[in-house]
Design a protein around this ligand. Structure first.
Ligand SMILES: [Zn+2]
Length: 283
């Protein structure tokens, strides 16, 4: 599942290869991929045709392309979605769901094997689409409010990792980056949020930002070609992981074997020495 850095890499690619181009033709092959456009696939296509893309923006794992009529094309990649910019002559992917012909001869193609992702046109959504206004900004977003984050985190009265995964508190942090940020901040995932001291929250924010920036730095090299891609497994970042997926391997800081615990149907990885489990734990 793509996490924030992967989606940001896609946004950068869209910024480079789609902004400034006009959408000349739209074909929807899979109605499920535009199911959240309630007016239906034909209206979806009609409202995009002839519009020029003026920017490429992101909030959490949502992308939106403001259009020259103040509407916006909104996209979410779901589990397996990809937004590809390819020449019209390139053979289409087996999972091509929506095809948009651009004025420069390329095509913006939405491919999605499992069809959990989707596209919609948001009326007057250029600034911030109403459909995603409930998503909190991520810690790399210039509009992210640190003080609001600190107080909201304490009020949450839950385990710190569960709070990090809550998209209304801060968006775009999935299981992998939560574990990595907590290791960097030397905090256990089950720490009750109301017990966090200010310095610990600051450490957490530094950890989250560092891990996201590092992942972005590695992903940023992957789109030299005319190709905007999401690697759903975030494979390129795998080399830099300190705890995630490294059960029983030595901690990069202290050598203690990394511990894997079940967590919300998935796993949590910690160093038992760097991230001691709190006496009072909250899941
Ligand atoms: Zn350690």
């Amino acid at each position: 599942m793509p996490e924030l850095p992967e989606v940001e890499v896609v946004r950068q690619g869209l910024d480079r290869f789609v902004v400034g181009r006009r959408i000349d033709r739209v074909e929807v092959y899979e109605p499920r991929s535009v199911r959240r456009h309630v007016a239906g696939p034909a209206e979806f296509a009609a409202s995009l045709t002839g519009r020029t893309v003026t920017a490429a923006r992101r909030r959490g794992k949502y992308l939106w392309l403001p259009l020259d009529d103040e509407d916006a094309l909104v996209g979410h990649l779901g589990m397996s979605g990809q937004l590809l910019v390819q020449p019209a002559s390139a053979p289409p992917d087996r999972h091509l769901r929506v095809r948009m012909s651009l004025s420069d001869g390329n095509e913006l193609r939405f491919c999605d094997q499992r069809t959990f992702g989707g596209l919609l046109v948001s009326p007057h959504g250029a600034l911030l689409p109403a459909e995603i206004a409930h998503i909190g900004p991520d810690p790399l977003d210039p509009v992210f409010d640190e003080d609001a984050f600190r107080s909201a985190l304490r009020r949450r009265r839950t385990g710190i990792k569960r709070a990090l995964l809550d998209q209304s508190l801060t968006s775009g942090i999935g299981n992998i980056y939560a574990d990595e940020a907590l290791w960097r901040a030397r905090l256990h995932y089950a720490r009750p949020t109301e017990t966090l001291r200010r310095g610990e929250v600051d450490r957490l924010l530094v950890g989250v930002r560092d891990v996201l920036r590092d992942a972005l730095g590695e992903g940023g090299t992957s789109f030299d070609a005319l190709y905007v891609n999401v690697n759903g497994e975030s494979g390129y970042f795998e080399r830099s992981l300190h705890v995630y997926g490294r059960g029983d391997e030595p901690c990069d800081r202290c050598g203690t074997p990394i511990r894997r615990d079940p967590f919300m149907n998935r796993s949590s990885y910690t160093c038992p020495r760097c991230q001691p489990r709190p006496r009072r734990a909250r899941w």
